[in-house]
Design a protein. Structure first.
Length: 365
């Protein structure tokens, strides 16, 4: 008799992975660090191979490059020979970031943002309530309603009244519009600290999380330095820091403009930054101060955080730094907005600390 036997999937140990799989993981990390520069990433991979003997006589870097092309991770421009990341390579970067930070997630059919309110939603619950004008026939629990009629009026002369009807409560699964803000100011690589790479990793993980877990949601991405402008998801691996100050106000104002055009009732902003605003625009000129926290810049930034709170747009801040005075600003900003904050050291994004200001407590993710 033919049949199927099912067992729990166990991923192969690291030493059982193919040479291509081992090199691919390292190459993708290098591609992110080099802002999507494939040639530079391969040069770094070659240097790493010299030191750690990643390849063998049977499988070299040349074989790996051909496998990258064959599997659709990179493509070659036949006119100038330039190697570039293909769409599959960009997708792999986002997926790797997602799995590293949030764990493995599967795509769902619709939004799964649960609310605290019951009503005419799409997810039945075990709760029951009295019938109200406007409830549809599909919402009525016939079993409970008939039972009520028998108790209230007896079994022999059965009849059903409005007072006997019970309705099945349901929950809404709401859709959300999200704006993702990424700081690309010079401070993101200041003092020899590479803050932009973990920032890109968080950004790609969030983008992949929203598009996979909540496919009916909307996601807009913007970057901010002296000014702010929108980018697309596919541009994330190629982000580079510029000679900019940090105009957090410009980013938040653009985020508000974007969300005004979105019809979803639930709106939110994710902001990835090193936490220090150093610039605001006054007319056609810029007011800048990189020395400490400027009270003029700080006041305008916190005022905007309060405006977002009034129109019920929470801001979740991902701060890619651990400096105490930068944390102080993020705490003040988050309290003004009644939002949330994540803190990450540069060593890894697995040790994120979630500050829940609504519950006034800390917890490790």
């Amino acid at each position: 008799m033919l049949g199927y036997r099912f067992s729990k999937f166990a991923p192969p140990p690291e030493d059982q992975k193919t040479d291509f799989e081992k090199l691919l993981k390292i190459f993708m990390q290098l591609a992110l660090i080099t802002s999507g520069n494939v040639s530079e990433a391969l040069q770094w991979l070659t240097e790493v191979d010299k030191q750690y003997k990643l390849t063998s006589e049977s499988y070299g870097i040349g074989d790996f490059i051909e496998d990258l092309k064959r599997n659709g991770f990179i493509t070659e421009d036949h006119q100038n020979g330039e190697l570039k990341l293909h769409a599959k390579g960009e997708q792999n970067l986002r997926q790797s970031a997602l799995e590293e930070i949030f764990g493995k997630l599967k795509k769902t059919k619709g939004g799964e943002h649960k609310t605290h309110h019951n009503g005419r939603g799409d997810e039945p619950t075990t709760d029951r309530r009295d019938y109200e004008f406007g409830d549809t026939l599909e919402q009525i629990s016939m079993t409970d309603s008939i039972k009520n009629a028998q108790v209230n009026h007896g079994v022999e002369d059965f009849f059903l009244t409005e007072e006997d009807l019970e309705v099945i409560e349901s929950e809404f699964k709401t859709q959300t519009s999200t704006v993702l803000m990424i700081d690309i100011s010079h401070s993101m690589i200041l003092y020899g600290e590479d803050r932009i790479t973990p920032a890109k990793k968080v950004a790609m993980a969030l983008a992949e999380l929203i598009t996979k877990k909540y496919p009916k949601d909307t996601l807009d991405i913007l970057v901010f330095g002296d000014d702010a402008w929108q980018i697309e998801i596919k541009d994330l691996p190629y982000l580079q820091v510029g000679p900019y100050h940090t105009n957090t106000v410009a980013g938040l104002e653009l985020a508000m403009d974007i969300l005004r055009k979105r019809k979803n009732a639930n709106k939110q902003v994710f902001m990835i930054t090193d936490g220090k605003p150093t610039c605001i625009k006054q007319g056609i000129k810029y007011y800048k101060n990189s020395f400490g926290l400027d009270h003029k810049i700080l006041a305008k930034t916190l005022n905007l955080a309060g405006q977002l709170r009034k129109i019920k747009i929470p801001v979740t801040t991902f701060m890619i730094a651990t400096d105490p005075y930068l944390k102080t600003f993020v705490r003040d900003f988050t309290k003004a907005n009644n939002g949330n904050a994540y803190y990450s050291s540069l060593q890894g994004l697995g040790n994120l600390i979630f500050e829940d200001f609504k519950k006034n407590r800390r917890k490790n993710l």
